[in-house]
Design a protein around this ligand. Structure first.
Ligand code: HEM
Length: 473
């Protein structure tokens, strides 16, 4: 027995020493790395609160731009209790989103994740994300979305006609309805009217709750949103059961989700399907509506440009009415001026001004340390409004896109593994909408209020109140 202890005690001491050496080596390594690499410049503000008040008490763009002027293209701060590193250069954005994307994970507040649904693709990395992303992409391939053109035309025309019966239209609010209907079309194909209405009703409650204070108490918008979220899941489950009963095979997004099997034969659960459907609706609606609202404002403010855009569409309209045919895919690919108006609006408005990631390890970037757990924010808007990449950046000038922007300087749809899979559908529906708007309608902005509000995406003040009239060319 004594022999046993004579063997065990020195072994234990040896092991303890080994662990100590390893830990101290590791600490030395950390110390070495931390002394070689410094945190980026910038102020962390007050304990916990950081600079949250400064950010939320002013236009966030002014906040980021003044920081960039003071500290350069990479700087640190603390927002809502989280230490953050902001990145305002194309190289840094590419580093985080593309070349070193594996060192950063998507990050959203838990309260928002609960409302959208934790299985929605944009909360994920790795295999699950790749699988779902492929399904979204295949339902949005050009071969698929080109078949949606007549339906999108129908939605655009009936929206526009209904606006002529309204005294004053809150453009953003109505654009949301248009974008929602197109989203429903891409997800479910032709969906029964009653399903569409209850989806719309419940989704609008979720939407309200998403932008409210996340307090889950009866009566609060957040609580109502969670309840509506539950109902949405039930409705989606009913639609799935109906499709399964009828054994309908479709190439819309729901069809792709239902047909999916991974290498082990696992299919997606109803929860996963509902989360991803709500996720895509969420990603598609406000972004597209905000972009369209800005385009209407920019065109309204530049009558010469508006005339030139009308000319582009007059020719197409004449051709199509002569032959009584709808817009073709080829025609939507050949609207160069309107396309430049869209991309310039995306640059000017920079609807997604920035995105969030979280460092999953300590990261070194150009001599700066981004510690594990810190939030990282590539600032798209600052890049789009930097005169190094876009001359006179505050001037709306679609002709700047007659030449391609410098690589990585224009990212309205993000970049890398999480870049927007809906960008072609977004552009298609905007082109179709504008075709009918400029060739058949007139609009006047009501009031002289200028400026931006955040809802949470940037939109013209009060959602751009306007009047719409139908006219013939
Ligand atoms: C003008 C309209 C739009 C803009 C400006 C826009 C912008 C963006 C941006 C910047 C991202 C990347 C966010 C990040 O990296 O964190 C993104 C992701 C995404 N967008 Fe869009 N989007 C638009 C319309 C749409 C539409 C119409 C759909 C679907 C039909 C859509 C579906 C998605 C999805 C599912 C993601 C997440 C992708 C992933 O995580 O892999 N978007 N969008």
């Amino acid at each position: 027995m004594a022999g046993f202890w004579l063997f065990v005690i020195p072994s234990l001491i040896f092991c303890l020493l080994l662990v100590k050496v390893m830990v101290s080596k590791n600490n030395k390594k950390k110390k070495k790395r931390n002394t070689r690499c410094k945190l980026p410049p910038g102020s962390m503000g007050w304990p916990y609160l950081g600079q949250t008040l400064q950010l939320y008490s002013q236009d966030p763009n002014v906040f980021f731009t003044s920081k960039q002027k003071r500290y350069g293209e990479i700087f640190k701060t603390r927002i809502l209790g989280y230490p953050c590193v902001m990145l305002a250069s194309p190289e840094a954005a590419r580093f985080v989103l593309v070349t070193h994307a594996h060192m950063f994970k998507p990050t959203y507040p838990r309260s928002k994740e609960k409302l959208i649904g934790p299985s929605a693709l944009f909360f994920h990395q790795g295999d699950y994300h790749a699988h779902i992303r492929k399904l979204v992409q295949s339902s949005l391939y050009p071969e698929t979305i080109r078949k949606l053109i007549p339906d999108i035309e129908h939605i655009a025309l009936s929206s526009l006609q209904s606006w002529t019966n309204m005294r004053i239209v809150t453009t953003y609010k109505e654009m949301k309805k248009f974008a929602f209907d197109v989203g429903i079309l891409a997800i479910f194909g032709h969906l029964e009217g009653s399903y569409k209405e209850i989806l719309k009703h419940n989704y609008s409650i979720v939407d309200k709750g998403y932008n409210s204070f996340p307090m889950n108490l009866p009566g609060t918008s957040y609580h109502k949103a969670l309840m509506a979220r539950k109902r949405l899941k039930t409705i989606v489950s009913e639609i799935i059961s109906e499709r399964r009963e009828k054994s309908v095979l479709k190439t819309d997004f729901l069809g792709h989700l239902l047909n999916f099997k991974d290498d082990k034969g696992r299919v997606l659960t109803k929860e996963e399907i509902a989360d991803n459907i709500i996720g895509v609706l969420f990603a598609a609606q406000d972004t597209t509506a905000s972009c369209l609202t800005w385009i209407l404002k920019y065109l309204h403010d530049d009558k010469k440009l508006l005339e030139a855009v009308k000319d582009e569409h007059r020719a197409l309209l004449k051709e199509n009415s002569r032959e009584k045919k709808p817009l073709t895919w080829g025609q939507t690919r050949n609207m160069p001026l309107t396309h430049r108006v869209i991309v310039e609006s995306l640059r000017m408005a920079s609807i997604i001004s920035f995105t969030f990631r979280e460092a999953v390890v300590d990261v070194e970037y150009k001599g700066h340390l981004i510690p594990k757990g810190w939030k990282v924010m590539p600032l798209f808007r600052n890049i789009h409004h930097n005169s190094k990449y876009f001359s006179n950046p505050e001037v709306f000038d679609p002709s700047r896109f007659e030449v391609n922007p410098k690589p990585n300087t224009f990212m309205p749809f993000g970049s890398g593994v999480h870049a927007c899979p809906g960008n072609e559908l977004a552009k298609l529906q905007i082109l179709i909408f504008l075709h009918h708007l400029v060739s058949k309608f007139r609009w006047e902005v009501v009031g002289r209020e200028k400026g931006i509000e955040y809802s949470p995406f940037p939109i013209p003040r009060n959602g751009l109140p306007a009047t719409f009239l139908q006219h013939s060319l």
